[in-house]
Ligand binder design. Structure first.
Ligand SMILES: *Cc1c(COP(=O)(O)O)cnc(C)c1O
Length: 362
């Protein structure tokens, strides 16, 4: 058996230590005589896993009691609809910032539920930058402002938030737990697990409790955030194995020294890769340097006809899934928390050798 460096944008690499622990506990979880997949979600064993995952996340992100942590199903894409369905009740509109493909998808779904006010868009710049927050056309009577602070497909990330009294709702699917955030600045945070948290099947939601008052009884029962909060995310059977794996990833993160420690590693990883790309005439990254993503690093080759060869040879060199998203092409290295610095070094070494072999005559 050999494990490769996996640059997939999602489902993404998980820490090897977590996979090994899950393997060791697979047949008999802590003496229960069954795997986590086989136990009742209402058993004391699973309830302890759920409570542990919640408590660890609250510690890792320093989440106050003003917030509920929910484990929701359906992927982040379901939340694109579920959020306006729950949180625009009593309001005429919602504000959305458009910074790329995932913002656009969130906007499209929200329009099915409410009037959407796109407060700014960097579409004309091909989503290579973030609109100036000073120019945002914010309607302070809207239900909320939605942002996507890491555009996974474009490779664009921003850390600051606009100044507003609106609750800010952030899709942190590809950046949660990769950097320190101040949760108290958000009305709600949500993140599909399969980028930085665990396997697909669960979405982490952190929602300010006062917003739960907006959730209407007319919503489908399992879609209602207030119901989910009142029932400890267990109105029906939750994705138990995904929650268990998330708990193991949180535990691993605590062992690494928490979010601040992993952020330092993430900064270093992204820096060496971007520095290498910038120093080369053969590779290029199109994103405004102020907003380059630490998690998703897209790059192009000077000669696009070499792309399929690059992918073929990188795969053979044990560097998996470097193709860019089908909507943008090129390459993309997704380097979430679980990607070690050694993976970045192996990638750079491959890129250097590939350039040396193919850059002649250019
Ligand atoms: C992957 C991703 C999504 C979609 O996640 P699904 O779980 O596939 O619905 C949404 N937003 C962002 C920022 C993502 O990276």
């Amino acid at each position: 058996m050999s494990r490769v460096y996996n640059f997939c944008s999602g489902p993404a690499a998980l820490p090897e230590a977590v996979l090994k622990k899950a393997q060791a506990e697979m047949l008999d979880w802590h003496g229960a005589g069954v795997s986590v997949m086989e136990m009742s979600h209402r058993s004391t064993e699973f309830m302890s896993i759920l409570a542990s995952a919640k408590a660890r996340l609250m510690r890792l992100l320093d989440i106050s009691d003003d917030y509920e942590v929910l484990f929701v199903q359906g992927g982040a894409s379901t939340l694109f609809a579920q959020i306006p369905a729950n949180l625009t009740n009593g309001f005429d509109s919602a504000c959305y910032l458009d910074t790329g493909a995932w913002s656009t998808k969130a906007i499209k779904e929200a329009k099915k539920y409410t009037k959407v006010n796109v407060v700014a868009s960097s579409k004309e710049q091909n989503y290579t930058t973030v609109p100036a927050f000073a120019d945002l056309e914010l309607d302070e009577s809207a239900a909320y402002l939605h942002v996507c602070p890491n555009e996974t497909i474009g490779g664009l990330e921003f850390a600051d938030l606009p100044e507003t009294n609106l609750p800010i709702i952030a899709d942190l699917s590809s950046t949660i737990l990769s950097r320190k955030i101040d949760v108290s600045k958000y009305g709600m945070i949500y993140a599909g697990a399969q980028k930085n948290v665990g396997p697909a099947g669960v979405v982490i939601c952190i929602i300010r409790k006062d917003l739960l008052a907006r959730c209407s009884d007319s919503l489908p029962t399992v879609w209602n955030f207030a119901n989910l909060a009142a029932n400890d995310s267990m109105i029906n059977t939750p994705p138990t194995f995904a929650i268990y794996l998330a708990d193991l990833v949180f535990e691993w993160l605590e062992e690494q020294g928490g979010v601040e420690a992993i952020e330092a590693v993430n900064i270093a990883k992204a820096k060496v890769l971007y520095d290498f790309i910038d120093a080369s005439d053969f590779y290029a990254n199109p994103i405004d340097p102020a907003y380059r993503s630490r998690m998703n690093v897209p790059f192009t080759l000077a000669d696009a006809s070499l792309e399929s060869l690059f992918l073929e040879e990188s795969e053979a060199a044990g560097l998996r899934t470097l193709a860019g998203h089908r909507s943008v092409g090129g390459m993309r290295a997704s380097i979430y928390n679980a990607m070690p610095m050694a993976g970045i070094e192996a990638l750079i070494q491959f890129m250097r050798e590939f350039e040396n072999r193919h850059a002649q005559g250019k």
